[in-house]
Design a protein around this ligand. Structure first.
Ligand SMILES: [Cu+2]
Length: 202
C-alpha cells in the first residue's frame, strides 16, 4: 500500500492516532503489534490474572463439619468468621507470560508468600513468627528463595480482605503458598494444603 493511501484510509477510518515516520512505533503510536514494523514490545501483550487466595464460604463443605451457614459480615460479632473461610488458592496451577501481573484477591487471615526454586517440602516450617497464645497462628518466616512476602495479616484484624498485585518478569515455576502455617501444612494429615504454582514463560 502506498503511504498516501494508508494515511487516507486511517483518516476515513476515524482514527485520530497520528501516523508518523516510516511506521516505527512512537510513544504515541497505539497500533501496537498490528504495525508492520512492530519491534515486539512484549508489554503490549501483557495482561493480568486474578487468583482467589482464601474465600468466604456461606455454605462450607470444608472443615469444620458445618453443612450450611450464612455469613453476615456487615454487623456481626466477628467480621472475619474463620471457620467459614475456604483455604484455597484458585486457580492453583496455571501459566502466564513474563510481564504479566497477578492479582491476589485475599479474603480472610492469609499471607501471600511467593518462592522461586522451592517446593512445598523445601519450606522451613520451624522458622516461624509467633504471636501471643490464643491470638494468631504461627506464620512462616523462611526467606530462602522467597521473592515476595505480602502484608502481615496480624496488623489488620478488623478487615483482613485485601488485594495485592504482583508482576512476574522472569520465566520460571513459582511456588505460591499461604504463610499461615496451619493453612499451608495440615499437621493432622501431614499434607501440604494451601499452595499452588504459577508457571511463567516467555
Ligand atoms: Cu491461609
Amino acid at each position: 500500500m502506498q503511504r498516501r493511501d494508508f494515511v487516507t484510509s486511517v483518516l476515513v477510518g476515524g482514527l485520530v492516532t497520528p501516523v508518523m515516520g516510516d511506521g516505527h512505533n512512537t510513544e504515541n503510536d497505539q497500533q501496537g503489534d498490528q504495525g508492520e514494523h512492530d519491534h515486539g514490545k512484549r508489554n503490549d501483550k501483557s495482561t493480568n490474572y486474578t487468583i482467589s487466595f482464601g474465600h468466604w464460604n456461606p455454605t462450607p463443605t470444608n472443615t469444620p463439619t458445618q453443612t450450611s451457614s450464612p455469613i453476615d459480615r456487615f454487623a456481626p460479632a466477628d467480621p472475619n468468621p474463620r471457620f467459614l473461610n475456604g483455604h484455597d488458592i484458585l486457580p492453583n496451577d496455571f501459566r502466564i507470560r513474563a510481564g504479566d501481573t497477578v492479582t491476589f484477591a485475599i479474603s480472610g487471615f492469609h499471607l501471600v508468600l511467593i518462592y522461586r526454586g522451592s517446593k512445598p517440602e523445601d519450606i522451613d516450617r520451624t522458622d516461624l513468627l509467633l504471636s501471643p497464645p490464643m491470638t494468631f497462628p504461627p506464620l512462616i518466616n523462611d526467606s530462602t528463595n522467597r521473592l515476595y512476602r505480602g502484608l502481615d495479616p496480624r496488623v489488620m484484624p478488623a478487615n483482613q480482605d485485601r488485594v495485592e498485585v504482583v508482576g512476574f518478569n522472569t520465566p520460571g515455576r513459582y511456588l505460591v503458598i499461604c504463610g499461615v502455617l496451619p493453612h499451608f501444612f495440615d499437621a493432622a494429615t501431614q499434607e501440604f494444603v494451601m499452595f499452588g504454582y504459577i508457571n511463567v514463560r516467555n
